[in-house]
Design a protein around this ligand. Structure first.
Ligand SMILES: NC(=O)c1ccc[n+]([C@@H]2O[C@H](COP(=O)([O-])OP(=O)(O)OC[C@H]3O[C@@H](n4cnc5c(N)ncnc54)[C@H](O)[C@@H]3O)[C@@H](O)[C@H]2O)c1
Length: 329
């Protein structure tokens, strides 16, 4: 099968994509693109490809493009690449509004190109092992999950991260969408959500920098997600706990354990010879396979947007919690 001619636009998070395309035998990495020409030329020299600061100039020389650019650029960039008949792997989120997400999805369908959202967390081997254990009810049915994302972002006033219209919201939309996606993937579609956010500790951001979200799923299971960019000092109990009728799964950075009546069992541990960048490699290879086989990627536009819809509903709810004021007496 012919290699897919690839390019990456935006070389911060996009570096992971570029290295993975370079590693994959299914890809011919042609271009790396960044407005910062020095950065682009350094990456191109390292990976043995061409570089430019003008991504539109490379359209005739590629089949597929990864965009890892600020969120407000996702819709215009994806729409233009799709109009030119290119397959698109978009860093999350798909776009900052439902209207723009649907425009991208429809454009990809009309042009019959592959559109995939980069939810890299799904490609961790430990997470895939957890998905299998839950789907096969190895330890019974899940009824509760708790996820702790204690992140820290150095204050960056004036940057696109600080501006709500560019970021699309706050930390929940930007970083939390990975974990809302994960909870939905593991536990099914949500039926109701609630959320509260605060700017305390991240006053440099217009959107919330710390958020608590709650979801209830069709099965009746509940989940709670704590996301933050303010937690400089931290001690997360784990990334995720999932309680089932027969145990409690504990997902660490890249290790999966389960607590059972027989004790604590390790279900997945990374091998010592683990390939660097293996989740990004799994992610881009899934994209390249989808292009080559014509099958829809696991995180196509509709699947990708599920987390966004849950988050937008949480933001809507944010204004209407029951006030405690006046009830203390
Ligand atoms: N999966 C993850 O865990 C993860 C982590 C970080 C970021 N991201 C996602 O990656 C994307 C980028 O985030 P980031 O943190 O790398 O942002 P960033 O601002 O640090 O980097 C963006 C890069 O894009 C370049 N760029 C901007 N406009 C461009 C244009 N018109 N043409 C070419 N290059 C352009 C900038 O020069 C910069 O180097 C976002 O969608 C973000 O949500 C994902």
């Amino acid at each position: 099968m012919n290699k897919v001619r690839t390019a990456v636009v935006g070389l911060n998070m996009g570096l992971l994509h570029a290295h993975a395309y370079k590693l994959s035998e299914k890809s011919d990495l042609r271009w790396v693109v960044d407005l910062d020409e020095t950065k682009a030329s350094q990456v191109a020299a390292e990976l043995g490809c061409k570089h430019t600061s003008d991504w539109k100039a490379i359209l005739d020389d590629v089949d597929a493009i990864s965009f890892a650019t600020p969120h407000h650029m996702h819709a215009p960039m994806a729409l233009e690449a799709i109009a030119a008949g290119k397959h698109v792997l978009l860093e999350k989120p798909l776009a900052n509004s439902e209207e723009d997400c649907l425009k991208i999805i429809q454009a990809a369908e009309e042009k019959n190109v592959t559109l995939m959202l980069a939810y890299i967390v799904r490609f961790r081997a430990s997470v895939q092992r957890l998905k299998k254990a839950l789907d096969e009810e190895e330890y019974g049915k899940p009824f509760n999950a708790q996820c702790w994302i204690q992140g820290y972002m150095a204050p960056n006033p004036g940057s696109w991260f600080s501006q709500k219209d560019k970021l699309g919201g706050g930390v929940l939309f930007s970083h939390g969408c990975h974990y809302i996606d994960l909870l939905i993937w593991l536990l099914g579609d949500p039926v109701s959500v609630a959320g509260l956010g605060t700017r305390l500790g991240t006053e440099w951001m217009e959107g919330e920098g710390t958020h608590h979200g709650i979801l209830q799923f069709k099965s009746g299971a509940l989940a709670h997600l704590f996301t933050s960019w303010a937690t400089k000092y931290k001690s997360p109990p784990a990334l995720l706990h999932v309680h089932t009728t027969g145990g409690c799964f504990i997902l660490g950075d890249d290790k999966l354990e389960v607590v059972t009546p027989e004790g604590r069992i390790t279900l997945y541990e990374p091998p010592q010879s683990k390939v660097a960048n293996s989740s990004a490699l799994g992610e881009v290879e899934h994209f390249l396979d989808s292009i080559q086989t014509g099958q829809r990627p696991m995180t196509d536009g509709y699947e990708g947007m599920k987390s966004h819809r849950a988050i937008w509903a949480m933001y809507e709810h944010q204004g209407t919690p029951i006030s405690w004021e006046g009830r203390q007496d």
